[in-house]
Design a protein around this ligand. Sequence first.
Ligand code: KG4
Ligand code: ZN
Length: 344
Amino acid sequence: MKVLGIETSCDETAAAIVEDGRIILSNVVNSQIDIHSLYGGVVPEVAARSHIEVINPVIDQAIKEADLTWDQIDAIAVTYAPGLIGSLLIGTLAARTLAILKNKPLYVVHHIEAHVYANFLNETTPEFPILALIVSGGHSQLMLFSDHNDYQLIGQTCDDAVGEAFDKVAKIIGLPYPGGPSIAKAAQHGNPHAYKLPKAHLSGAYDFSFSGLKTAVLRAVQREVGVDITFPSSSLAELLNEVQRADFAASFQQTAIETLVDKTEKAFHGYSPKSVIIAGGVAANQELRRQLSERLPVKINYAPIELCTDNAAMVASLGFFQSKNNSPTDPFSLEVESSLSMAK
Ligand code: KG4
Ligand code: ZN
């Protein structure tokens, strides 16, 4: 079964065709990073306009690269939640229109659940029960998947998502958007023990918190450059030299990653899953991969980096597995949901 996936929930316009949920026939991603980096973050209105401009060419290219005709495509899958409302509307409108015009069944998928399916596009696929650490710009959660479409939330962030913390700390120390990759790069030249930063202790055994860590970096930078809390935080970065910047990047990354790994290790021993996977943009982080592999007594088959950040192959893969259990959605009545939790 060949599924066309469409993804527009944030700042990537993406379309892909995947066969039987596992084999990528094409995977086209048009990133808006260059546009949003001018503003230091995603501007929702700009994102929606950019999706409108490129959605049709991106879908056409995905079909062309897979060397298929519409007759050979069996279904369409699209992200309908969660994300920026204007962005979600563009992708779902394209998917609904195509489902009606081309007479194809339409499956709607949850963006965060779709991130998990990057791991089913890997050479070796995970076995259930799967412990999934899902870490993106909007989510940080631990989930246990007993099967496709059968999962439970076992822990989550109480405040900021870890990707959001990477993005905010990058801004504080003067590194470009998106913060995840730029902190990871700067950290390669920094000392992860240069600044002592706190790890949050929470009552929920598998919960996270990253807002305190971000504030701790802000306070440490203020101390380091010798200003008090009244000094405008937007001007702090100019006072740091390259060594300090790299040391802050490395110290922050070390603490954030350790927090994720501590809880994942704890959940591993608590739930004894057959496989562990990581998903979402922060899963691209090499230090996270290194520390997890070091601490967990199980082999983790990490998904390729380009499938960790937003793409439509993961959407098409989840669409395939959904088609096994669920009936298609009516394209005439589909509505988007900007903040839908995965917890049932
Ligand atoms: O999953 P994603 O592409 O979009 C959302 O659904 O949010 O994740 C984007 C997030 C951003 O916060 C970005 O800074 C972070 O993933 N990210 C990383 C890395 N690459 C992307 N964080 C840490 N290390 C990376 N290498
Ligand atoms: Zn995402």
